[in-house]
Design a protein around this ligand. Structure first.
Ligand code: ZN
Length: 348
């Protein structure tokens, strides 16, 4: 029998679906926490950081909070809420400490922030984040252009951050996001051995996880699977998230390839916001709605309610009128009779 969702004809499961309700964006928010949620994959929403950082306009603090509320109501369990960088460089991120404090009210939500250096990490620790992510470029040329530091200097920064963490807040996790892991617009090819070395060196320097980012949208699925397998062979369970871009339309295919290589955490951005798209008409970041649909349709639980996730586009669209919002699933709607894996068995 060929059905789009192999579970959709199972009446027992459909009954279950009717019994589980998720409240959307109405107050008080009813949020299922990680403690009660069984998931197969973790979708980490990076829109409030990666997305807004690429938008020239600054979203107001109140609008950011409203958007985060809607994301949490949809069942998103991890959000990169901002970055601790100089407000002169990125005025969009000036209120990150305030946004962190707002997000911390949600039990079970992992609140992440990007930090470019130890100074930013100190601000993140002071604000009370659960996790910091530090971009470390596999391409020496990109590293110099982006943060004016060599890769070795970035590794030294991780050591400093790990020391701060150990002294002040040992529960905070540090993730090194290996950027330009699949190619660099400045240097071109990035050697896979360099990526594996850097992922390993970041762990040795004190990071808890090393993830791989297709910063430039150059990755293909065969490459993604091969490189994640190599990194996994080197650092095992310390392999972090796949951060894929949809620049050339391969974002979802690359996420699936990473899944096949054992990756279970995926960065994505609601409506594909941000990610510096290079190709017109193509979003930068992988679209959270489409990625969630893919996994749920495959029978893999994300813990996210797709309808509520699509609703979360509203506060974003209202806050940034005219900003292009991407996503095939929101445009087409859910297929008739579609039952999400999360609805079938998202709770123990
Ligand atoms: Zn990105």
């Amino acid at each position: 029998m060929l059905t789009f969702n192999h579970n959709s004809h199972d009446t027992t499961k459909v009954v279950h679906r009717a019994m589980i309700t998720v409240e959307i964006a109405t107050k008080p928010l009813k949020i299922r926490t990680k403690a009660t949620m069984v998931t197969d994959v973790l979708i980490s929403e990076v829109g409030p950081r990666d997305g807004l950082q690429s938008v020239k306009r600054t979203m107001s603090t109140a609008d950011k909070q409203r958007w985060i509320d809607a994301l949490v109501a949809a069942g998103i369990q991890e959000i990169e809420v901002g970055s601790f960088v100089s407000p002169k460089l990125l005025p969009q991120m000036a209120d990150t400490a305030q946004i962190v404090r707002h997000a911390l009210q949600y039990p079970g939500l992992t609140v992440m922030a990007l930090v470019p250096n130890a100074r930013g990490a100190q601000m993140a620790i002071d604000a009370g984040v659960h996790k910091v992510t530090l971009p470390v470029s596999a391409s020496e040329a990109h590293s110099m252009a982006n943060v004016r530091k060599t890769r070795q200097e970035m590794l030294a920064e991780i050591t400093k951050i790990a020391q701060l963490r150990d002294q002040q807040a040992p529960h905070i996790k540090i993730e090194a996001g290996i950027s330009t892991a699949f190619g660099c617009t400045i240097q071109g090819e990035v050697l896979e051995d360099d990526v594996v070395w850097l992922a390993q060196a970041a762990i040795a320097a004190g990071a808890d996880e090393s993830g791989l980012s297709d910063t430039t949208g150059m990755a293909n699925p065969a490459q993604v699977k091969r490189l994640f397998n190599k990194v996994r062979a080197a650092i095992g369970e310390k392999t972090g998230a796949a951060h894929m871009h949809n620049t050339r339309g391969l974002g979802l295919a690359n996420c699936l390839a990473a899944y096949d290589a054992g990756v279970r955490t995926f960065d994505a951005s609601l409506a594909g916001l941000g990610g510096c798209p290079y190709a017109p008409g193509a979003s930068g970041n992988v679209v959270t709605e489409d990625l969630t649909f893919m996994f749920e349709a495959m029978g893999l639980r994300t813990g996210i309610n797709l309808q509520a996730l699509i609703e979360a586009r509203k506060p974003l669209a209202e806050a940034l009128p005219g900003e292009p919002l991407y996503g095939m699933t929101p445009a087409s709607g859910l297929p008739k009779g579609f039952v999400a894996a999360t609805e079938l068995g998202g709770q123990p």
